[in-house]
Design a binder for this molecule. Structure first.
Ligand code: SAH
Length: 372
């Protein structure tokens, strides 16, 4: 199998080219083609000799990330993309337009094995990890297609990024490399369901990216009911890992809490949540749960969600409710991929991911929602 040339870091690519007896500046040119000019083929690299391009072609490939479908919201300009990977797996990405710039939500795996009960992406299980190149590819394609610069990146699409740690880390380093798109680390957010050893490892990297923890329950017992990963890591351990991340990086942690009516949105939940968050320098994002067809989880009414928020706010918690974006398109993660699987019998699990019916006004698992 050919090597994926887009997965090599700047210094690594220099070493590769040296092994081919090419001058180091060639590596710089190739890196620029791949990560600044966003080339999809060696043919585009016109400042390289034909001979070098041919030799590159023999040894390397650029893993394809090809747009299969695009939906554009008439309400807020949110774009949803379905990309096809080399092996037929499909992933979704979302572009959201904010006043402060464009934000892209990418997938880190095809499917997911974490099994959170309210999440659509996990229902078909994990198909495979994405390579760093395929994570970058989602952003590169969106920039190419829209001809707009991406300012913020959130790794909150399908998949658990810390379950694909090495590729994820490589992706962050390359995304924020000055020789590439050079996105500021502070504009990158990674969301995890709470894989403690990897959170601690990430803290040691001393990056400036934002860590978002999917909390969803205010006690170990409540969390366990929603998130199987809590069987492995106690809430206290997860919170301690968040504290370590803050201590090591100085970056305030974001907590995500999907509000499920009658399950985790009571006054008691608000009290317990306050007790957890009060001593911490953090931010809380409340996400009214997106209904998933196979489950009977219901989101609280707007009024109840606001009540919940006000309760926490009164206690001095820094909290926002996310506003839906792209609610007129297949907003929630997995919906587009799911619909595609139903319609075309494509080479992905017939069960696919995403079980929100297409008539539903769900607007993304999380990141497709804007803060109020
Ligand atoms: N695996 C990572 C990132 C992907 S999920 C994680 O667990 O954080 C991104 C966010 O969307 C998580 O907070 C997740 O719990 C939340 N989410 C998943 N399904 C949802 C749904 N149906 N409604 C609301 N939020 C959901």
């Amino acid at each position: 199998m050919k090597k994926d040339i887009r997965a090599y870091g700047y210094e690594e690519l220099k070493a590769e080219m040296q092994a081919l007896s090419e001058k180091p500046f060639r590596a710089g040119q190739i890196y620029d083609w791949l990560h600044v000019k966003l080339a999809d083929s060696f043919d585009e690299m016109t400042n390289l000799s034909k001979d070098l391009r041919r030799r590159l072609e023999e040894e390397y490939e650029i893993l394809p990330v090809i747009m299969e479908e695009r939906q554009i919201s008439k309400l807020d300009g949110t774009n949803k993309f379905l990309f096809r990977l080399y092996d037929g797996n499909m992933v979704e990405s979302v572009l959201m337009r904010y006043k402060h710039g464009n934000s892209v939500c990418i997938s880190s795996q095809a499917g997911c094995r974490m099994g959170c009960v309210f999440c659509a992406s996990t229902i078909g299980g994990l198909k495979r990890d994405l390579s760093a190149s395929e994570m970058l590819g989602q952003i590169y394609q969106i920039q190419k297609i829209t001809k707009e610069r991406v300012h913020n990146v959130v790794v909150m699409g399908t998949g658990e990024p810390l379950d694909n740690y090495d590729n994820f880390l490589r992706f962050v380093r390359m995304l924020t490399d000055e020789h590439g798109l050079n996105i500021s680390q502070r504009n990158v957010t990674v969301s995890t369901c709470g894989i403690v050893p990897k959170m601690l490892e990430l803290a040691e990297e001393k990056l400036q990216i934002t860590l978002a923890l999917s909390l969803h329950g205010s006690t170990q017992e409540k969390r366990r009911r929603l998130m199987p990963v809590a069987n492995k890591y106690e809430l206290s351990e997860v919170l301690a890992a968040c504290d370590t991340y803050f201590e090591k990086t100085g970056r305030r942690v974001t907590f995500e809490y999907s509000l499920v009516h009658g399950v985790n949105d009571t006054a008691e939940d608000a009290r317990e949540l306050t007790a957890i968050l009060k001593p911490r320098n953090c931010h809380l994002n409340l996400i009214p749960v997106n209904p998933v067809r196979e489950r009977d989880f219901v989101r609280p009414s707007r009024k109840n969600a606001l009540n919940f928020k006000n309760n926490l706010e009164k206690s001095g918690i820094n909290v926002t409710i996310r506003r839906e974006m792209g609610s007129d398109i297949d907003g929630a993660c997995g919906q587009l991929r799911r619909r595609y699987a139903e319609g075309s019998g494509a080479d992905i699990s017939a069960r696919g991911t995403g079980f929100v019916s297409s008539g539903e006004a769900g607007a993304g698992q999380d990141s497709h929602n804007r803060q109020d």
